[in-house]
Design a protein around this ligand. Structure first.
Ligand code: ATP
Ligand code: MG
Length: 420
């Protein structure tokens, strides 16, 4: 007995009826990011496990619970990438990019893997569009990245996505904040979920990111990083805010927002959608500054800032807004017999070479079934070839949406379709 085959749980097929939205979003990202000087980088989906342990952090949910980790045939521990920043930094360091240019702007698009509890907008293979800017410590760089994402979301006509901004401090002021946080959380230890009790020992900041109701309530009252920021971090945040205002980028200060990865310093931000289509998975993206990460992964002392956007969630939002982005054929060519099929194929080939989208039914069949197929294809026009059309080298170009057919010579078809 053969067992029914199905995709691995949490991993989705993207069928052609949905792919239009995905291609539209990816094309918008490529177009807009390139206007800001960002170039695409592609890194492998598999990396040494230690890369993520050292960057994302062993005490994070991502590395602690969600990673697809296994041993390859040589016994190395490898992991499917759960995010794109660590691999980008690894590549940046490995190829000594810092020695070739002082300022590097990269973006990536691709699948990420996390073994999570699935629901709407939360999958085990999901996709991110991410951006990394290496080399600038200036607040202007943080602002460039945030403004670029806002531009991108506007281009997709996604309103209702709010930018939440916070500062997480740096090595100068975070220890002080951590001390105050631990004192506060320890006083509420019993009310925390078991996970957070462990987090309290290993990585107290993570407690603020817990989705559990009672932990969230406690997090609400926790000391805010902003009250412990050192002068340099305070100035950085003030300058980020000034420049966001300058560019007319709206944001909300969100002092309780921390990110789910350990490497952020100073600026942290999230894009949050207010749309029931996402259920509880309302974050469409997040990012921030990671000034120490390049050095921690063996590179030079290069500051960086980046963002990762959830492509699946963005496509869900666009789908829910009723947006459709398929490509439709310009012309469907039907034919009555084998001779007409020869001409149909020749004509189609010539029109495709001229840049038009042309379909025909390679199986032949009755005219009725071919026209049914034409209807389904969404073609703008149909042309039926028979003995007379072959003799005249002309045919009736029929608009599929209704209206009068018009007689067009084969030699004119390309020009007429282009204008129509
Ligand atoms: P969340 O709070 O929803 O778990 P996150 O903070 O873990 O998100 P990041 O690591 O910041 O997510 O990744 C950036 C973006 O990638 C998220 O804002 C989200 O849009 C998307 N994303 C993260 N995990 C998933 C997932 N399992 N399925 C689909 N999209 C995801
Ligand atoms: Mg998460």
């Amino acid at each position: 007995m053969s067992q029914k085959l199905a995709a691995v749980k949490g991993m989705n097929d993207l069928l052609p009826e949905e792919i239009g939205i995905w291609q539209h979003v990816e094309a918008a990202a490529r177009e807009i990011f390139s206007r800001y000087g960002y170039a695409e980088v592609r890194t492998p989906v598999l990396e040494d496990t230690s890369l993520f342990e050292r960057s994302v952090g062993e005490a994070t949910d991502i590395v602690g619970k969600e990673m697809y980790t296994f041993h390859d045939k040589a016994g190395r521990s490898v992991s499917l990438r759960p995010e794109g920043t660590a691999p980008a930094v690894r590549a940046y360091v490995e190829h000594a990019v810092a020695q070739k240019e002082p300022l590097t702007r990269w973006y990536y698009i691709g699948p990420m893997f996390r073994y999570e509890r699935m629901k709407t907008g939360r999958y085990r293979q999901f996709h991110q569009i991410g951006v990394e800017a290496f080399g600038a410590k200036e607040p202007a760089q943080d602002v460039e990245v945030m403004e670029m994402v806002v531009h991108f979301l506007n281009a997709l006509e996604l309103s209702g996505v709010a930018l939440h901004l916070n500062s997480l401090g740096d090595e100068a002021c975070r220890p002080e904040h951590q001390k105050r946080l631990v004192a506060y959380l320890s006083a509420h230890r019993e009310e925390l979920c078991p996970d957070c009790q462990t987090r309290l020992e290993r990585n107290p900041l993570r407690v603020l990111d817990c989705k559990n109701e009672s932990c969230r309530a406690i997090a609400q009252g926790a000391p805010k990083v902003q009250d412990s920021l050192c002068e340099a971090c305070r100035q950085h945040l003030a300058e980020v805010r000034r420049r966001l205002d300058l560019l007319g980028v709206r944001y909300e200060l969100d002092p309780s927002m921390v990110r789910g990865l350990d490497y952020y310093t100073r600026t942290a931000f999230e894009f949050v959608a207010d749309d029931p289509a996402l259920g509880t998975a309302s974050a469409v993206g997040g990012g921030g500054r990671y000034d120490r990460l390049v050095r921690e992964l063996g590179g030079p002392d290069v500051p960086a800032v980046g963002v990762a956007l959830g492509l699946d969630r963005i496509c869900l939002l666009l789908g829910a807004a009723g947006k459709r982005f398929g490509v439709r054929p310009d012309l469907f060519v039907a034919f009555v017999d084998v001779q007409a099929q020869d001409e149909a194929m020749r004509l189609s080939s010539a029109l495709r070479r001229a840049g038009l989208r042309v379909e025909l039914d390679t199986r032949g069949g009755s005219l009725k079934s071919q026209m049914k197929r034409a209807d389904k294809s969404g073609a703008r026009f149909a042309l039926v070839l028979g003995e007379k059309e072959l003799a005249d080298r002309a045919g009736e170009l029929r608009p599929m949406a209704g209206g009068e057919p018009r007689r067009v010579a084969f030699s004119e078809l390309s020009a007429v379709l282009r204008r129509a």
